[in-house]
Design a protein around this ligand. Structure first.
Ligand SMILES: [Zn+2]
Length: 482
């Protein structure tokens, strides 16, 4: 993008709360992928005469997400009807919150950027159903509506227009997802649509502080899509402005396959929705005692965890970021590193980053389902740190422990993986290697330091890989000294 313009982005993120039942009725929320219209009742299909009843668990998860995102909770928030007609919205209005949302004035840190993005508001609302357009099937030809998703609880998290680049949008969304997942408010599975993002984007002349005309991009269903779509849209708007044109205020759709945004409709304003308070629902009161209980239930959040991993275990930023990217992975590391010094903790972090993650991925498991208990992974790291096990031996022991279970110490002993550091034994191997490799020994004596490589290799072969390389190197050097 041209340096003449500055990017201004605000994100609206919809997150599906991890409740078992819907926002205003007892229907289950597990309708994703289920046969259509099998998770429905008169309430969530908008039959005449029914009354919504607020799901307390949804309110609690919404409050917890808001607290974790540093928001101020409203003493009382008010449900409002957002009126519009659409076939997947049977009441012809969505129950949302408008003038009095659940929470305001939060923020999320942008890791590495040294600043944060403000959150303007969070409100609670129900999801709509889903339209399916069937083409090419004689029995099903036409448009169908599935209400399984209708009435599922969402929170909408609206940021201020504080984001200045596609990379920052990516970092904001990643940080938001981590915090909401840690708080237990949502699983945020983007493939199931549990986190969906719309982006408002405009450009302004660099060095100015007003706002340009913005476009809203819909249909951003992965972190990658957000970054790619914003990069495309910034380029497009810069070209329009640079050629003296005007950016249209409109809603655009991201087409990931073609890598372009395309106009969808002109943008509606709040006045189009004729919001008014829902007379069927009382205000949601954030009772102080209730809020205190929810606050006490919040776990240690990702930023605090990263700081602690650095101070307690001496982990670098890269390791900390990887390990805290998932709450249960962070808990696994914490349990593995308990009682270890910084060197062994770093080895445990390495084993998780390589061996554990590879196995979890290959077997499609979540970290909490790891076949190797965290304590045994920690014991393995301690054996490497203490010199009993080489990193190659650790890999072999890890594989055996993952597949067969058992304790680290027993497995290392059973498989004969312990390194041999015993001086007399290593000295015997060194003597044999020197005798069998006279030329390399002579080269080394003559000052060719590189010759030591083949001698170490010979000792390793004789010891079947078990000789402690530190002792081997030392004894070879000692024995060729004049
Ligand atoms: Zn229902």
């Amino acid at each position: 993008m041209s340096a003449a313009f500055e990017t201004v982005v605000g994100l609206e993120v919809h997150v599906q709360l991890a409740t078992r039942s819907k926002l205003f009725c007892p229907c289950p929320t597990d309708g994703f992928g289920a046969p259509p219209n099998t998770r429905v009742c008169p309430v969530c299909t908008g039959q005449p005469g029914v009354l919504p009843v607020l799901n307390r668990a949804a309110a609690e998860l919404a409050f917890e997400a808001a607290l974790a995102l540093n928001c101020r909770l409203a003493p009382a928030s008010v449900f409002a009807r957002k009126n519009y007609f659409y076939p997947d919205l049977p009441k012809a209005y969505q129950i949302s919150q408008y003038e009095k949302p659940l929470a305001r004035d939060g923020w999320i840190d942008l890791p590495g950027a040294g600043r944060h993005v403000r959150i303007q508001r969070i409100h609670l609302e129900e999801d709509a159903g889903k339209l399916l357009h069937a083409v090419g099937s004689r029995e099903l030809e036409g448009s169908w509506v599935d209400f399984n998703r209708g009435g599922v609880p969402l929170i909408e998290i609206v940021s201020e227009a504080d984001i200045r680049s596609p990379e920052e949008a990516y970092a904001y969304l990643k940080g938001l997802r981590e915090v909401v997942q840690y708080a237990g408010a949502s699983r945020c599975d983007m493939e199931k649509g549990e986190l969906r993002c719309d982006a408002n984007v405009s450009l302004r002349p660099a060095g100015t502080s007003g706002f340009g005309i913005r476009a809203e991009i819909k249909n951003l269903n992965s972190l990658r899509a957000v970054k790619d779509a914003l990069e495309y849209e910034c380029r497009r708007q810069a070209e329009v402005l640079a050629s003296g044109g005007r950016v249209a205020q409109e809603t655009r759709l991201w087409d990931a396959q073609r890598g372009v945004t395309e106009p969808m409709r002109s943008k509606e304003g709040a006045e189009d929705y004729r919001y008014f308070p829902d007379p069927d629902l009382p205000p949601l009161v954030a009772d102080a005692k209730w809020v205190a209980e929810l606050k006490a239930r919040l776990p240690e959040l990702p930023a605090a965890k990263r700081e602690r991993f650095a101070s307690q275990y001496g982990l670098g930023a890269g390791d900390s970021e990887l390990l805290t990217s998932d709450r249960s992975l962070a808990e696994y590391f914490d349990a593995a590193a308990r009682g270890l010094g910084p060197a062994a903790a770093k080895l445990a972090a390495n084993l998780i980053a390589t061996e554990v993650l590879a196995r979890l991925k290959a077997e499609g498991l979540a970290p909490e389902a790891a076949r190797l208990p965290a304590a045994e992974l920690g014991a393995l790291a301690a054996l490497v740190e203490g010199g009993t096990l080489s990193s190659k031996g650790a890999k072999a022991a890890f594989a055996a422990l993952w597949e067969k279970g058992g304790s680290a110490a027993e497995t290392v002993a059973r498989l004969g993986l312990a390194q041999v550091s015993d001086e007399a034994q290593v000295a015997a191997w060194v003597a044999a290697a020197l005798a069998a490799n006279a030329k390399a020994a002579a080269d080394l004596k003559a000052g060719n330091d590189r010759a030591i490589g083949s001698l170490v290799g010979a000792v390793m072969k004789l010891s079947r890989g078990k000789a402690d390389p530190v002792v081997v190197n030392r004894l070879i050097k000692e024995s060729i000294k004049p």
